[in-house]
Design a protein around this ligand. Structure first.
Ligand code: OGA
Ligand code: NI
Length: 355
């Protein structure tokens, strides 16, 4: 039986044709090396100025970093991973009750990325949830496994607090007062993608997620400690991010790139798959409120110049993002201020095809 998802228990001995990338777009896994110098920021450090400095470096040079001693409890993380594994182990008929390929749904199980827009599919199933405000969205979440709602609510709250704290530190690292970013971003939405990548018969031919940047403000990613798969583009090369215990990977999203007037980078990243083991990752996205005006503070725009990107609302941006395929040019490119002569174009999307 063919099902809509790949976490169906079915064993695949070859990759179905609809997942096979053309030769020039394949991940070339043997050429990928491990990123040896990912910034790791210890949030329990009592020297705040030191954290702020480390963040400025991480956000401008890398666009991502890992955090440890971040305040999210070990129990919350362990429970989240357990309930996510239990969910994807449910019988496929049970999971399919939640299936939808409509990106406007606030709770759905889906597969790949945007099945109705993309030409080639990706080796991923995912459960996508809205997590804020909890009272509004928890009632529509899965009730099987029975602890799902409690566990995911608790995890979402803890991760949200961490995200706000990081945004405050990011404000400071840009020379702004700490409430600036969270204030500009409004009452932020919060989404979660529970990503499940089953073992893949031919991992060299496809992706879990192809290269993309995250359209939101800040992403807090919990990676499977046992199975690596996240890679980021740095200086034109794809580098693997080794999971480290009790850490989150944080990446700057498109909105913080725009708000920082391009000083901080929303980096290209991707998830690759492997033949041996299933991989789980849990991405929490902080998203500006729909009506938040994304416009950099004057202090970050050079005198006599205009901002790199024109002003827009998050609602406008998000609509544009989901109307496209994932591995096209940086969505922010479509919002460039043509009056900014310094605005060079992001050439990464051509790198995605050729490297
Ligand atoms: C994402 C993402 C990476 C991963 O969900 O946006 O980039 O490792 N996930 O699953
Ligand atoms: Ni992402």
């Amino acid at each position: 039986m063919d099902t809509k998802v790949i976490s169906s228990g079915k064993h695949y001995s070859a990759l179905p044709a609809s997942y096979v990338r053309p030769e020039s777009e394949r991940p070339k896994l043997s050429e990928v090396s491990t990123c040896e110098n990912v910034p790791v920021i210890d949030l329990s450090c009592t020297d705040r100025a030191r954290i702020v400095k480390a963040l400025a470096y991480a956000c401008s040079v890398f666009g991502f970093f890992q955090v440890v001693n971040h305040g999210v409890s070990k129990e919350a993380v362990a429970d989240m991973l357990r309930v996510a594994t239990e969910f994807f182990s449910l019988p496929v008929e049970e999971k399919l009750k939640l299936y939808s390929d409509d990106p406007s749904k606030t709770m759905r199980l889906s597969t790949s990325f945007n099945v109705n827009k993309e030409k080639v599919h990706n080796w991923r199933d995912y459960l996508r949830l809205h997590c804020y405000p909890l009272e509004k969205y928890v009632p529509e979440w899965p009730s099987n496994p029975s602890s799902f709602k409690d566990v995911v609510s608790n995890y979402s709250k803890e991760v949200r607090a961490l995200g706000y704290r990081i945004e405050e530190l990011i404000s400071e690292s840009l020379g702004l007062e700490s409430p600036r970013m969270p204030r500009v971003l409004g009452d932020q939405g919060q989404h979660m993608a529970v990503n499940f990548y089953p073992p893949c018969p031919e991992p060299e031919l496809t992706y879990g997620l192809p290269g993309h940047t995250d359209p939101n403000a800040l992403t807090i990613l919990l990676q499977d400690l046992q199975v690596a798969g996240l890679q980021v583009l740095k200086d034109g090369k794809w580098l693997a991010i080794q999971p480290i215990p009790d850490a989150f990977v944080i990446n700057i999203g498109d909105q913080l790139q725009a708000l920082s007037n391009g000083k901080y980078r929303s980096v290209w990243h991707r998830a690759v798959v492997n033949a041996d083991k299933p991989r789980m990752s849990i991405a929490s996205f902080l998203c500006p409120s729909d009506d938040a005006l994304i416009s950099p503070p004057e202090s970050l725009v050079e005198e006599g110049s205009v901002a790199v990107y024109r002003d827009f609302t998050y609602a406008e941006y998000y609509k544009k993002f989901w109307s496209r395929n994932l591995d096209q040019e940086h969505c922010l490119e479509l919002f460039k201020n043509s009056r900014n002569p310094a605005a060079g174009s992001d050439t990464s999307s051509s790198i995605l095809k050729t490297s």
